[in-house]
Design a protein around this ligand. Structure first.
Ligand code: GRG
Length: 304
């Protein structure tokens, strides 16, 4: 399945450019009150780990979910930037020697390679905390109640019952292979929780009622599973392309996934089914949901 929709592709690109610009501004030295000192090398490491060409998919989902329900675009951009800071922290920490021990991320040296391990840990820590700063800051034009709901939802999506918990389960899975239900839970937490938050946050920003909020949350949950399945398929394809050059670590990456368990044919059918489910979930919104429905198709067909 492919989107091949130039209007969609250019909207996604414009959103990524706008998110990049906002992140540049938020990570400049001028953003916090004058009395706050931020060490230059720490700021440089934070920038290195976040201003380096990510797809900015989560901010896009968040903005489009907010716009679908009539939410404020500028506020959605700021919450999207906060979410991206938190996502980048997870990538910096995931690359550390104690985790995946990767040398490259988005085609550039990982933060611990470009700086050092301690600085990478701290850069991740400060991107994580900065996410909550951005949400609560006076510049974020949202009612206090919406800010509190966003802080709570993001803390739950990112913490021990969400992304970090999923990472812990993933590390444990290296010793005791989980079954299909275990893999699905792990992936829904590790990768799915932030994607689900992106969609639910749009509803919170728009002040939508529980029915809309649950619908967007479910949409996020379904495309989150599709995102991970597409990622696992891409890993297998890239391993096949680099056959003979793969390291032991590369070979281990494909293991413990639903693709390894059921094969690529099953995974492609499952991706189609998840995409159809996601598209159906937004059918009640009619034409207004087209961009988010295209995003679901894009996630299933993405090539990087
Ligand atoms: C270490 C706290 C902690 C958590 C790590 C998200 C995660 C948990 C690890 C990332 C490992 C990984 C590569 C998972 C596959 C799915 C994924 C999150 C890919 C990266 O997200 P993209 O494709 O990346 O949106 P860009 O670079 O576009 O932002």
């Amino acid at each position: 399945m492919n989107t091949t929709d130039p209007a969609f592709e250019s909207r996604l690109k414009d959103s990524a450019v706008a998110t990049e610009a906002l992140l540049v501004s938020l990570l400049s030295d001028q953003t916090l009150p004058d009395e706050v000192t931020r060490p230059a090398h720490l700021m440089a490491a934070m920038r290195h780990g976040s201003l380096n060409g990510g797809k900015r998919l989560r901010p896009f989902l968040l903005r489009e979910s907010a716009l679908l329900l009539g939410g404020n675009e500028q506020a959605a951009m700021r919450i999207g930037a906060a979410l991206e800071c938190l996502h980048c922290y997870s990538l910096i920490h995931d690359d550390l020697p104690a985790m995946d021990d990767d040398d490259l991320r988005r085609g550039q040296p990982t933060v611990h390679r470009a700086f050092d391990e301690a600085t990478a840990i701290l850069a991740g820590d400060s991107l994580l905390t900065y996410a909550f700063d951005i949400i609560a800051a006076p510049e974020t034009a949202l009612p206090d109640r919406a800010k509190t709901e966003l802080v709570l939802a993001l803390a739950r999506a990112a913490g021990s019952g969400g992304m970090v918990g999923g990472q812990a389960l993933d590390l444990a899975a290296e010793k005791s292979a989980p079954d299909e239900a275990g893999i699905t839970t792990l992936q829904a937490m590790k990768t799915g929780a932030l994607i689900r938050f992106a969609c639910e946050a749009g509803a919170i920003i728009a002040g939508a009622d529980q029915e809309h909020r649950q619908r967007l949350r479910k949409f996020g949950q379904v495309i989150g599973l599709a995102f991970q399945l597409a990622d696992d398929l891409l890993d297998i394809t890239s391993d096949a392309e680099t056959m003979g050059k793969a390291t032991g670590k590369d070979a281990a990456r494909g293991k413990g996934t639903l693709v390894a368990m059921h094969g690529t044919g099953w995974a492609e059918e499952k991706l189609d089914a998840l995409t159809a489910e996601a598209v159906d979930l937004l059918a009640p919104y009619g034409e207004k949901a087209f961009i988010l429905q295209q995003t679901a198709r894009f996630i299933a067909s993405r090539q990087n």
